[in-house]
Design a protein around this ligand. Structure first.
Ligand code: M6R
Length: 370
């Protein structure tokens, strides 16, 4: 039931604060916020303690969640992590290192390529293999075929465009990083308690992002008649730029590409003209100055910029530079909060263009054939 909402996608976008809060409760007890709950992945501690490498496999939006997790595993834990789309991984005879934790991320748990990639790895049978399903459907094939089940508690997702499944995947992945980091003593207790504190602010921060609906809708009007669009981000926001582009093309049928902003000069800058909108994800983080330089490169070539910026980022609106300000958020968790504005932008553009938002042409919710 869509209730008061015009589309399932919009309903699911608005369910994110609650879905994230539910997912957090798996691991964080409100009364004791400075440590993980004793029962979170308690039975899997021995498995997690032996992990020396992480291999993430997924498709589409779930793959973008995996890309964020790679940054987290490597920067917070110094644990090496590879991430690959399942459709490539399964066919290239990949090397799976001993003592790998293989994380398969899938909303449905029935994606054919992800399941086949997992089976391929199990066939290789590397020493110390631990497989984990990060999945929204407890009864799915993926959950049955893996050693560990880490649920996302998003509730059923009906819209083909994934929204709340993505943000809850990110939250669950962060919880997994913290658990593995704690078990392996690669994250100290001060860091752990800071991040746990920041995680608890997330539902409120997601509500704040939802309040940006009106200015984002106004921004969307500029996209209605556009043919092509770029999404730029750096670091943890690069996967969110990819996700923004996927969302826009999937439901509005406007061609969109996500790019690491540092790659602009290596090709896409040639595309920039007054007719191509460029969306920029600009939280206040260690990459902001570099990102501002990239924005300048676009502006100088008369590109029109649409920026989601932190309110303390000192980015001001000017001619051909539109800004929607997002509340300040800690750098590590910013990709979760910045997912909401890109979802709302795509949604409003699609509605203005009159497409079938919940059931875009040629796509299925669950891709059970390759
Ligand atoms: O169920 P899964 O997470 O395995 O699905 C993977 C992709 O098919 C899915 O994320 C797809 O990219 C979405 N429709 C994007 O919004």
């Amino acid at each position: 039931d869509k209730g008061e909402f015009k589309h399932y996608m919009l309903k699911e976008i608005y369910e994110q604060p609650d879905a994230v809060a539910r997912t957090l409760e798996m691991a964080i007890d409100n009364r004791q916020a400075s440590a993980l709950r004793d029962d979170f992945l308690a039975r899997n501690e021995a498995q997690l303690s032996g992990v020396q490498h992480v291999q993430i496999i997924a498709c589409g939006t779930s793959y973008h969640a995996g890309m964020v997790a790679k940054y987290w595993f490597e920067s917070l834990m110094r644990l090496s992590c590879s991430v690959e789309v399942a459709s490539e991984f399964r066919y290239r005879n990949p090397v799976v290192l001993d003592n790998s934790l293989v994380i398969c991320i899938s909303q449905s748990g029935e994606t054919a390529d992800t399941l086949s990639a997992l089976r391929e790895i199990k066939k290789q049978n590397p020493a110390g293999l631990v497989s984990l399903a990060l999945c929204n459907v407890p009864t799915s094939s993926l959950v049955r075929e893996t050693d560990i089940f880490l649920p996302t508690l998003a509730g059923p997702e009906i819209g083909v465009a994934s929204t709340k499944a993505f943000t809850t995947q990110l939250v669950a992945l962060m919880l997994l990083v913290l658990k593995t980091g704690a078990v392996q003593q690669r994250i100290d207790s001060a860091n752990l308690s800071t991040l746990l504190g920041e995680l608890q602010k997330l539902p409120g921060q997601l509500y704040a992002s939802l309040h940006l609906d009106a200015p984002i809708k106004a921004m969307a009007e500029h996209f209605e008649d556009k043919k092509s669009c770029l999404f730029l981000g750096r670091g943890l926001q690069f996967p969110i730029a990819l996700e923004g582009a996927l969302k826009l093309k999937e439901i509005s049928y406007i061609h969109a590409e996500g790019y690491a902003a540092g790659e602009l000069k290596h090709g896409p800058l040639a595309l920039v003209d007054k007719d191509m909108p460029i969306v920029v994800l600009a939280p206040k983080d260690s990459m902001l100055d570099k990102l501002k330089a990239n924005m300048q490169e676009v502006h100088a070539r008369h590109g029109e910029l649409f920026v989601f910026a932190s309110e303390d980022s000192h980015i001001n609106a000017e001619d051909r530079l539109h800004v929607v300000y997002v509340k300040a958020v800690c750098e590590t968790l910013a990709p979760i909060v910045y997912s909401v504005p890109i979802q709302l932008l795509s949604y409003h553009v699609a509605v203005m263009r009159g497409t079938d938002v919940d059931q875009p042409r040629n796509l299925a919710k669950s891709v059970t054939v390759e």
